[in-house]
Design a protein around this ligand. Structure first.
Ligand code: NAD
Length: 414
């Protein structure tokens, strides 16, 4: 990788802090995580052997509310990645103005190598290991790459065994355990709303607009389904093993059916295979990276052939690639805005858990859409107010200001 995730985030933060003229010491206080926990996780495998995994929970900042952020189970997880992702959560929750701080966690693991029972055991061990620092009013985990509602259910159960019934300890739970209607699809729907508003700003008609999506997991597949319902043409999608391409547009409901029946997006008559590198360079109106960080970098940014990038993933564009895209006049709608639909609905899930009172889906989706659209126009108004300001720097400026104000008003700088 061209640059590590934390350095990439620091570069983004520094640009905005410089633009704001932020005091050097305050900037340092806001830039780095408040607390980092690294844990060893022993697992007795079903064959009787012992395997030890490394896990992390990092709390970046809690000045505006309890820390909030997902858990990632992936072989690329390391402390720098979790640091960067925890910081992005602080500035994401501040940008969309929900009363949370930022955190992130994860385990360095390929979860496909474990049986379901082993995964459950490891998840429970992880909860016990990080339980000194998480809590309903201190730090609330959620799903991220390779974690899902079932894993959130195990987390809720493990934590509740020692703290009493605590649905508010985690979001992204199954609805039957206090999860929120609309949470599963919230991030992908939010990405689609961000794209829709960005299309209006650039006068690109949504009907027939061509879209390429990297990653067909939770975020990518819900973005595909929503954008398909808006009338967009999803011409290519991918997963870790490769992509599929159909210039006329993939029939997304049929692809969902194929995925459900075969367990894969590949090997159907709906589209032709395409490799993951070529997919990123396809000519299209919108490119949505919805998998890993750092995938648009200095080696491939020149080849991008889209009109806009909408960041479904966290940290998919490196700072060097950002500069290349700026020069090519390809605007980037940044992760902290584009994928914030998930954390907004997570916030509503937590509120419902605290109230023990549950809302209808329409109420949740209307509230989420308003928050996202308001935040979009706040960010774009600032970006358009100055010649050399990207959407990303504008988004960071708004959110850094909010966090700085909370830190100062709480007396943490005196
Ligand atoms: P997921 O595990 O459900 O799906 C990830 C997808 O990416 C899978 O289809 C996987 O096969 C694919 N993938 C992995 N490596 C790839 C590669 N090299 N090329 C192409 N595809 C690849 O994860 P998710 O929850 O959809 O998260 C995806 C991204 O969105 C992550 O960056 C995550 O941090 C971010 N995000 C997720 C949420 C959420 O609510 N789930 C919220 C905000 C941001």
């Amino acid at each position: 990788m061209e640059i590590n995730n934390f350095k990439a985030y620091c570069d983004q933060f520094d640009r905005a802090a410089t633009e704001l003229g932020l005091d050097e010491n305050l900037a340092a206080l806001l830039k780095y995580p408040d607390r980092e926990l690294s844990v060893e996780l022993p697992l007795i495998r079903e064959d009787g052997s012992l395997k030890v995994f490394r896990g992390y929970r990092i709390q970046h900042n809690d000045a505006r509310g309890p820390c909030k952020g997902g858990l990632r189970f992936h072989p690329q997880v390391d402390i720098d990645e979790v640091r960067a992702l925890s910081a992005l959560m602080t500035f994401k929750t501040a940008l969309v103005n929900i009363p949370f701080g930022g955190a992130k966690g994860g385990i360095h693991i390929d979860p496909t190598e474990l049986t379901s029972r082993e995964l459950e055991q490891l998840t429970r061990t992880f909860v016990r290991a990080i339980s000194p620092i998480i809590g309903v009013h201190t730090d609330i985990p959620a799903p991220d790459m390779n974690t899902n509602a079932q894993i959130m259910a195990w987390i809720m159960d493990e934590y509740s065994q020692t703290h009493g019934y605590s649905p508010g300890i985690v979001t992204g739970k199954p609805i039957s355990l206090g999860g929120s209607k609309g949470r599963e699809e919230a991030t992908g729907v939010g990405v689609s709303i961000a794209l829709r508003e960005a299309a209006k700003c650039r006068n690109i008609p949504l009907e027939g607009a061509s879209v390429v999506i990297q990653g067909y997991g939770n975020v990518g597949s819900w973005a595909a389904r929503t954008l398909h319902s808006y009338g967009c043409r999803i011409i290519a999608v991918s997963d870790a093993s490769g992509g599929i391409f159909n210039p006329n547009g993939i029939d997304i409901p049929e692809l969902q059916l194929h995925l459900k029946n075969s367990g894969s997006i590949h090997n159907s008559s709906l589209a032709e295979p395409i490799d993951n590198d070529s997919l990123l360079c396809l000519e299209c109106d919108f490119l949505i990276p919805a998998a890993l960080g750092g995938v648009i970098h200095k080696m491939n940014a020149e080849c991008l052939n889209c009109k806009m990038v909408i960041e479904g993933a966290n940290g998919p564009t490196t700072p060097t690639a950002d500069e290349v895209l700026w020069r090519k006049n390809i605007p980037v709608i940044p992760d902290i805005l584009a994928n914030a639909g998930g954390v907004i609905v997570s916030y509503y899930e937590w509120v419902q858990n605290l109230q023990r009172h549950y809302w209808e889906e329409e109420e949740i989706s209307t509230k989420m859409e308003k928050k996202l659209v308001d935040s979009f126009y706040e960010m774009s108004a600032l970006a358009h107010s100055k010649k050399e300001l990207s959407y990303r720097t504008a988004a960071f400026m708004i959110s850094i200001n909010r966090v700085a104000s909370a830190v100062q008003m709480r007396g943490r700088t005196t």
